[in-house]
Design a protein around this ligand. Structure first.
Ligand code: PEP
Ligand code: MN
Length: 337
């Protein structure tokens, strides 16, 4: 349920409602818009049956939300959420590009990629230090050494960094270095990890689970938000379907759907979404055309030698072409890049 306050409601009116809800042991989440304040109420609302909230000073109306997610939904926060990371705003008019190797493999590999990406106008450097591999015998990542190399690349190039946490221990380590924490598809429903991330102040990129519906994905965001962290970027990264030619099926329709249902920024990952580098640029164009706030793309100096996800990684020449293409799409849509 959300309580929509009148535009002229005073701070005293808002505090009055807040105090009443707290007395009833209900969770209160305040969203202050430029025109009005919206109060999200979480918990067992049966006890409110006897309380005429509509009559309280400053209250305009009560909206009952049928979706299981509340804080992640548009009703609670009608305007798009904008997340400031460094000097960049995620969820605004600018199309943002996160790029980098699937995994940080060495200082040389990451630094050369970062220097190249900087010249191309990418804003975020991605690279896994903890890799959730399908096989326990595959390369599992450089762990903290990988995070240190990412931080070094940020120092030199000014690119902001994003890396994945796969457990509570890796989250603690990653949080010391990164600008954005990534929660991967395989952990989208690791609810205790989501709650841990929710207690951090760092922005989070939440990837859609391999077989998650849009509702399950938004419920995962709700887990993080219910702990107080509202800085979430959703990322469509392809889902399992009967198709095997592509690694996953990039669900382009989930981009406008998630943006309609939620106020959170939505990114697309055409690398994991297709598993084939040749399809990455066309699907990046399509994702931006479908309204994505940005993309995250795997780039490697020599994809044939990549320790993970080489077949879906772009080399430097391919990435240069991708940037030219999506700049064109962005410009048609009146978006900055
Ligand atoms: C990744 O971004 O490298 C990754 C493992 O992605 P996903 O969780 O979407 O598979
Ligand atoms: Mn990968």
């Amino acid at each position: 349920m959300v309580i929509v306050m009148k535009p002229q409601a005073t701070q005293e009116d808002i505090t009055g409602v807040e105090k009443l809800l707290e007395r009833l042991n209900l969770g209160v989440h305040i969203s202050e818009g430029s025109e009005r304040t919206i109060i999200g109420v979480i918990g067992d609302k049966r006890q409110l049956a006897e309380t005429p909230l509509e009559l309280m000073p400053g209250v305009q109306r009560i909206v009952h939300i049928v979706e299981p997610y509340k804080l992640a939904g548009r009703a609670f926060h009608p305007k798009n959420t904008k997340i400031q990371v460094g000097n960049e705003i995620i969820g605004g008019n600018k199309v943002l590009v996160m790029a980098g190797p699937c995994a940080v493999e060495s200082e040389e590999q990451l630094m050369s990629t970062a220097r190249f990406l900087k010249t191309q106008g990418a804003t975020f450097l991605r690279g896994g230090a903890f890799k959730p591999r399908s096989s326990p015998y595959s390369f599992q990542g450089l762990e903290e050494d990988g995070l240190k190399i990412l931080a070094e690349a940020r120092e030199e190039t000014g690119l902001l960094i994003i890396s994945e946490a796969v457990s509570t221990r890796s989250l603690e380590l990653a949080a010391k270095y990164v600008d954005i924490i990534q929660i991967g598809a395989r952990n989208m429903q690791n609810f205790s990890l989501l709650q841990e991330v929710g207690r951090l102040k760092l922005p989070v990129m939440l990837k859609r689970g391999l077989s998650a519906t849009i509702e399950e994905w938004l419920n995962a965001a709700e887990y993080i938000m219910s702990e107080g962290n509202y800085n979430i970027i959703l990322c469509e990264r392809g889902i399992r379907t009967f198709e095997t030619y592509t690694r996953n099926t990039l669900d382009l329709s989930s981009i406008p759907a998630a943006k309609e249902l939620s106020h959170l920024p939505v990114f697309a990952d055409p690398s994991h979404g297709t598993g084939r580098w040749e399809l990455v640029t066309p699907m990046s164009r399509a994702a931006i055309a479908a309204g994505a706030d940005g993309i995250t793309v795997e780039v490697h100096p020599n994809p044939k030698e990549a320790l993970s996800d080489g077949p879906q990684s772009l080399n430097f020449d391919n990435f240069t072409e991708l940037m030219i293409d999506i700049r064109r799409i962005a410009s048609i849509l009146g978006r900055e890049m």
